[in-house]
Design a protein around this ligand. Structure first.
Ligand code: ADP
Ligand code: ADP
Length: 241
């Protein structure tokens, strides 16, 4: 089954002399229950493709579907609603609220959407990321001795992953989710993403330029100059390199 698809998607920024074609007739199907990585050089269109697939950005031409919904036909209000109800995000700066504890951060999107959390599911998610005994900690208390201003630690990543999973989204998009983490914390976060696919059946699409991160995926798509130029299935880090 297909969780998301792009058909002949063109995305151009600017007009006339300053026009940049970031995506040039991209066709892709994202399989449900799989972990897909998008790789490619800087400026190849990775973030643009993710933003278009996630309905964060409009396309210039072509069509995007999430499940059975063609999102390129939806009006702003419906699109916002679909994003809120069906899509999870993990950004590089995890965007957690330091004044809320881990549990409150995890359930915040559902609170905003006015949805009741499915308690059993939220508990399963919390178990998957190993936060069960730290739910009342605030994010900056989670990792104890870490210094002010230090990059976010693995604990932030756990909360960010749990928050994305908790609302049972059809698909989670990650934009360089390990970009701010050291290699140990990055590996931990990727391990949780992998487990959420294997154990919970989650669909994940992740943009990364890190071959080690991409090696956690089932499928790696390669972009160059706004086109899909290659793909690999279950590659090793060496193959991705
Ligand atoms: P990547 O994520 O692979 O680094 P991007 O999707 O960010 O690539 O960018 C693809 C191309 O689109 C680049 O040439 C970039 O400069 C251009 N681009 C991205 N965002 C904008 C924008 N908001 N305005 C103008 N050009 C943009
Ligand atoms: P941790 O120990 O969980 O890594 P830190 O104590 O290093 O957290 O974080 C210091 C402060 O930096 C936090 O109180 C928070 O305000 C801010 N911060 C850290 N990471 C993030 C992030 N990903 N997004 C937003 N703010 C952050």
């Amino acid at each position: 089954a297909v969780a998301a698809s792009a058909r002949q998607v063109v995305k151009a920024y600017g007009v006339g002399e300053t026009r940049v074609v970031a995506l040039d007739r991209v066709d892709v199907d994202i399989a449900r229950g799989a972990f897909t990585a998008i790789m490619g050089p800087s400026g190849s269109g990775k973030s643009t493709l993710m933003h278009c697939l996630a309905g964060l950005d409009t396309v210039t031409e072509g069509h995007i579907s999430i499940g059975e919904h063609e999102i390129t036909r939806l009006k702003d209000k419906k699109l916002t609603q679909l994003r809120r109800d069906r899509i999870g995000f993990i950004f590089q700066a995890f965007n957690l609220l330091p004044t809320l504890n881990a549990y409150e951060n995890i359930t915040l999107p559902m609170d905003i959407a006015g949805r009741k959390p499915d308690r059993a599911w939220v508990e399963q998610v919390i178990g998957t990321v190993g936060l069960a005994d730290r739910l009342t900690h605030r994010p900056n208390q989670l990792s104890g001795g870490q210094q002010q201003g230090a990059p976010p630690s693995g604990s932030w990543g756990r909360v960010a992953v749990a928050r994305a999973l908790a609302a049972r989204p059809e698909i989670i998009f990650g934009d360089e989710p390990t970009g701010n983490l050291d290699s140990r914390a990055g590996a931990e976060l990727l391990g949780f993403l992998r487990r959420s696919v294997d154990e919970l059946g989650q669909t994940i699409v992740m943009v990364t330029h890190d071959p080690v991160a991409a090696a956690y995926a089932d499928r790696v798509l390669y972009l160059a100059d706004g086109r899909l130029v290659d793909e690999m299935h279950r590659p090793t880090a060496e193959q991705v390199l």
